[in-house]
Design a protein around this ligand. Structure first.
Ligand code: CDP
Ligand code: CDP
Length: 223
């Protein structure tokens, strides 16, 4: 199976780019951040104390997480219910960030993600795909951009969905998230030694997609 691992900080464009690349190549895209968010959603719905790692560990036994293909996209199902925009709330973002630091959660999702990549050609995006989840991925790409540019992108995304966000607040949140992601003890955000780096601070979406595609074609002869 061919696997493309795309890692990088929040707002670098990983999910948007991975989705487009997967469509172009006929691969399946998995946004691994959404898996952490789905577990956070389960914890929230069941009133589990997300600051208590032991409680979180106990409740994982009851998590029924599935991915189903729906056209070119993936649906995340929790207990048979499709989850999408509810995973993006501020509350779920906060819980996801906390529980992503727990070993039990990372181990649970590690197996889930590896199983997924064994069954089909995938483009997986996250923080630790090239370093931990798929250390033998066919292609590894680390996408980044300056915090200011990434905050500007989030501002635009949020404004489009009717919110009135403050740029400085978003920038602070991005910097905080970068710190948490890179300083986590288990599976921190880090470029894999053999990953190609794309800094897309001064690139538009099309340019980034083209750049990712050309790296994939260079590294995988059959594409
Ligand atoms: O998944 P991640 O948090 O890395 O980022 P995303 O949600 O996929 O992308 C954030 C926003 O940046 C999206 O609206 C993309 O269309 C946009 N973007 C961009 O404007 N220029 C790029 N070169 C890459 C992404
Ligand atoms: O787009 P944004 O950065 O806001 O979040 P996300 O990519 O949807 O990830 C949700 C949470 O899961 C974040 O706190 C990430 O640090 C974490 N995560 C992780 O620890 N490992 C991954 N492979 C993917 C996400």
């Amino acid at each position: 199976m061919i696997s493309v691992a795309i890692d990088g900080p929040a707002g670098s464009g990983k999910s948007t780019i991975s989705k487009i690349i997967a469509q172009k190549l006929g691969f399946v895209h998995l946004d691994t951040g959404a898996l952490y968010r789905a577990i956070a959603y389960f914890i929230d719905k069941n009133n589990v104390d997300f600051n208590n790692e032991n409680e979180v560990k106990k409740c994982l036994k009851f998590v029924d997480l599935k991915i189903e293909k729906s056209g070119a996209e993936q649906k995340i199902l929790l207990g048979g219910k499709v989850l999408s925009s509810e995973l993006r709330s501020l509350n779920i973002t906060k819980i996801a960030s906390r529980i992503a630091s727990y070993r039990c959660v990372r181990e649970y999702l590690l197996n889930f993600q590896r199983d997924f990549a064994e069954k089909q050609n995938v483009v997986m995006d996250g923080r630790d795909i090239g370093t931990v989840v798929l250390p033998n991925a066919s292609v590894k790409i680390f996408i980044t951009a300056s915090p200011e540019v990434r905050a500007g992108r989030r501002l635009e995304q949020m404004s489009k969905s009717g919110e009135k966000p403050d740029y400085n607040e978003i920038l602070d949140a991005i910097k905080k998230r970068d710190y948490e992601d890179t300083h986590r003890v288990i599976a921190p955000l880090k470029k894999a030694d053999d990953a190609a780096v794309i800094d897309n601070s001064n690139m538009n979406l099309n340019q980034t997609v083209e750049s990712v595609l050309s790296i994939i074609k260079e590294r995988v002869e059959s594409i």
